[in-house]
Design a protein around this ligand. Structure first.
Ligand code: NAD
Length: 262
């Protein structure tokens, strides 16, 4: 019960990694606000409320809408009492290279993945300052540090989020707010399963993806959630501005998960 009496906002928590992060904090006694555009977030918050912890709230907010973000933070403080931890997790991706991605898609991906984190951080920081400190955890991706083809907007947004993490770590340190970023490899969420189904041979594609990681498997949402829990905990009190891959060793190699060329 390391987070008893603490309030955590998790964006994009209606499913996937965000949902698992929210559940994990609740299992440690936290109150949680589930922020998502997907109305399924309401059922998620109700279930989390029944799970225990200190209660859960659903805010049907788009992270790129400044008014909705302010409202979500205000309602969290009013209903759950504070904001101690913010997890900026909501994201979208639209395939396309710099040659093919439309300006509308480019802007939308940057607005959700990068501007959303800026808006939520800006809205939460004054409350955290008031309470003597807080923690912000951004969920970026290995794709913020290394690129694949045909994913320009997402890659730029995640690289931007990593740079924003460093910048916020410096600017918010005087307020005792720590800011860190997690970079997951391929994690077996619904979204990844939906993507794999689009391949001619989904099972082979899954094995190929697994083989990109030194540990030769996809990650589990729980493994990202445990890293978030650690970064939010007192055990990580001297860690800020850090970039933590949760990637089964994907970034440790030049490519091909370190296998020799055949
Ligand atoms: P997901 O698509 O399953 O879940 C994202 C959630 O965010 C959804 O519930 C969606 O409704 C919500 N969302 C989308 N746009 C929103 C908006 N404008 N406002 C509020 N909510 C919004 O994704 P996931 O696989 O669980 O990934 C979660 C995070 O982890 C993302 O930041 C993603 O980029 C990152 N990540 C995932 C993987 C992976 O393999 N799954 C790998 C690296 C990084």
């Amino acid at each position: 019960m390391r987070f008893k009496g603490k309030t955590v906002i998790v964006t994009g928590a209606a499913r996937g990694i965000g949902l698992t992060v929210a559940k994990t904090f609740v299992s440690e006694g936290a109150r949680v606000t589930v922020v998502d555009t997907d109305r399924k977030g309401r059922e998620v918050a109700e279930a989390l409320g029944r799970q225990g912890g200190g209660g859960a709230l659903f805010m049907g907010a788009d992270v790129s809408n400044a008014f909705a973000v302010d409202d979500a933070v205000r309602m969290t403080i009013q209903t759950l009492g504070s904001v101690d931890v913010l997890v900026n997790n909501a994201a979208i991706s639209v395939a396309g290279s710099v040659l093919t991605v439309s300006p509308e898609d480019w802007r939308r991906v940057l607005e959700v993945n990068l501007t959303g984190a800026y808006l939520f951080s800006q809205a939460c920081a004054p409350e955290m300052k008031e309470r003597g400190g807080g923690v912000i955890i951004n969920i970026a991706s290995v794709q913020g540090l290394a690129a694949e083809q045909d994913n320009a907007a997402y890659i730029a947004s995640k690289g931007g989020l990593i740079a924003l993490t460093r910048s916020m770590a410096l600017d918010l340190a005087p307020l005792n707010i720590r800011v860190n970023v997690l970079c997951p490899g391929a994690i077996a969420t619904e979204k990844v399963k939906e993507t794999l189904v689009g391949y001619p041979d989904p099972e082979q594609a899954r094995r190929d993806w697994a083989d990109l990681h030194a540990l030769r498997r996809l990650g589990r949402p729980e493994e990202v959630a445990q890293a978030a829990l650690f970064l939010a905990s007192e055990e990580a009190a001297f860690i800020t501005g850090a970039i933590l891959p949760v990637d089964g060793g994907m970034l440790a190699s030049f490519g091909m998960a370190g296998r020799p060329l055949e």
